[in-house]
Design a protein around this ligand. Structure first.
Ligand code: FAD
Length: 455
């Protein structure tokens, strides 16, 4: 069967660096034929396009969206696993599994990501310190290779290729299907403790004790506050609530799950550049004041705790047509000086939007290109094209890399090939495994070319 490709302009979630590719939505059985006809600019898979930069773009080449259906999802309560097409989103999965008493092993800050995208980026969540990243929960996956064959991979069978695919940004092949562990839950609510911290010292010391007692932990930092309030923020720690934690009204239907969509930002924003210094400062001030100094036992819904931004569709348009970048790095524990210096640089620049996240990572996994490692990760959104942004990113890169840290490929839109070589010391090992199954460089993306990932 011939596949209809449509020439399409694509960006990542940050809306920067658009490029045009031949895009098609393809049934698993037709993927091999599309790959065979791909031409010199190669092919890359695309999920829901929630990576911020150019990971799921392929200028002048092909981009394949896998067709998959939720009706094929298999939940096995005995082994607490789910088998799903790589095209299925966490949003679709949660609607199936939460009412049956399970939760995804790892969720990012949005549920609009596919299983394929979750594995290819080896995504992390608020539970990284407790449960690691998504790849740690994958029991098996099927991968379509450049030669059109399909291989079954697991942490024990063809484990090198399995781990090169976890975090491999689609550059080892197209993941067709995966089986992964899910977490048994009693309710669809979380029980959350909040601590509002007056400065960075207080925030870091609060975060350094007590995370181990909770499955989830994350902080927001005000990167516009200076002077005595430098680095002030709010820490939220949470766990899945038990039925006994719920008020009688909620306990009647403890697994009820109804994520709400409140509104969408239109394609043309009435006031582009809505996210600026004034609005961000006001937001931060109000946000901070609404949080209690210290409070335990708040009951929140899954969307309210994990995915608050998902209730507003296309919120990325708020930055206007030039879009924004999300700068995310990790630096090892013991290099709090580097974390502090990065925060100082961002505060001085006055470029940070209110969306800032600070988290402590736990142990890394075996994947050579997996981003998390033990240390501090900071995520900052900044408007693209702003004066001084490139210079700021270069200075931040220097601090991060000198400290032995690295950047997250799923978020990156700015850094250079040298940063990846320094930040990912196992890059050549990954290339060797990758090249063994794709000697002709069929899998390519704008990201792979910009950062010379294939060597
Ligand atoms: C609001 C928001 C919050 C976020 N929060 C977090 C967070 O907390 N933690 C985190 O880790 N990430 C986070 N992310 C990033 C997001 O989780 C990752 O970028 C994820 O990979 C996006 O999945 P996707 O399906 O949209 O994939 P895409 O963005 O479409 O693709 C991402 C990569 O996956 C590859 N890929 C997609 N499908 C397949 C497949 N079937 N086979 C092989 N490769 C494939 C693509 O080639 C590409 O390299 C966030 C993103 C947003 C927009």
């Amino acid at each position: 069967m011939s596949t209809d490709f449509v020439s399409t302009r694509l960006t990542g979630w940050g809306l920067t660096a658009p490029s045009v590719a031949r895009v098609a939505t393809v049934a698993p059985a037709d993927v091999a034929a599309c790959v065979k006809d791909s031409g010199v600019r190669g092919v890359i898979a695309r999920g829901l396009g929630r990576s911020y930069g150019d990971a799921a773009q392929n200028s002048g080449g092909s981009v394949l969206r896998l067709a998959g259906s939720v009706s094929d999802v298999v939940v096995d309560p005995e082994s607490a696993t789910v088998t799903a097409s790589a095209a299925v989103s966490l949003d679709e999965l949660l609607k199936i599994i939460v009412p049956r008493g399970f939760f995804v092993p790892v969720t990012p800050g949005t549920r609009f990501v596919t299983v394929g995208g979750a594995i290819a980026s080896d995504i992390h969540g608020k539970n990284h310190h407790a449960d690691g990243s998504f790849g740690a929960h994958v029991r098996r996956l099927s991968l379509l290779l450049a030669d059109g064959t399909v291989r079954e991979l697991s942490p024990t069978d063809e484990s090198d290729l399995f781990w090169a695919t976890v975090g491999g940004m689609g550059l080892t092949g197209i993941i067709l299907e995966a089986t992964f562990a899910v977490l048994p839950i009693e309710t669809s609510r979380c029980i959350v403790s909040t601590v509002r911290c007056r400065d960075l010292d207080e925030l870091l010391s609060e975060m350094s004790v007590g995370d181990e007692d909770h499955r989830y932990s994350v902080s927001w930092v005000d990167l516009l506050a200076r002077g005595r309030s430098f680095g002030r923020g709010v820490l939220w720690r949470g766990d899945h609530a038990r039925v006994s934690d719920l008020a009688p009204k909620l306990a009647v239907d403890p697994l009820r799950y109804e994520p709400r969509h409140l509104a969408s930002v239109p394609p043309i924003v009435p006031a582009p550049g809505l996210v600026n210094l004034l609005t961000s400062r006001t937001f931060n001030e109000l946000w901070l004041r609404k949080e209690p100094r210290r409070k335990d036992g708040q009951i929140k819904s899954i969307p309210g705790y994990f995915h608050p931004l998902d209730s507003i569709g296309s919120w990325n348009r708020l930055y206007g047509p030039r879009g924004f970048i999300q700068y995310q790095f990790v630096v090892p524990f013991e290099r709090e000086d580097a974390l502090r210096r990065c925060i100082e640089l961002v505060v001085e620049s006055r470029l940070a939007s209110p969306l800032v996240v600070l988290k402590r990572f736990g142990a890394a996994n075996r994947a050579p290109l997996s981003f998390p490692m033990p240390g501090w990760t900071l995520t900052v959104d900044m408007p693209a094209g702003a004066d001084g942004l490139s210079e700021l990113c270069r200075r931040l890169d220097d601090v991060v890399l000198e400290a032995g840290g690295r950047h997250y490929l799923a978020k990156d839109a700015h850094t250079r090939a040298e940063s990846i070589v320094r930040g990912y010391p196992r890059l050549s090992e990954w290339r060797r495994i990758r090249d063994s199954v794709d000697p002709d460089g069929i899998w390519q993306s704008d990201l792979s070319r910009r950062l010379a990932l294939l060597g």
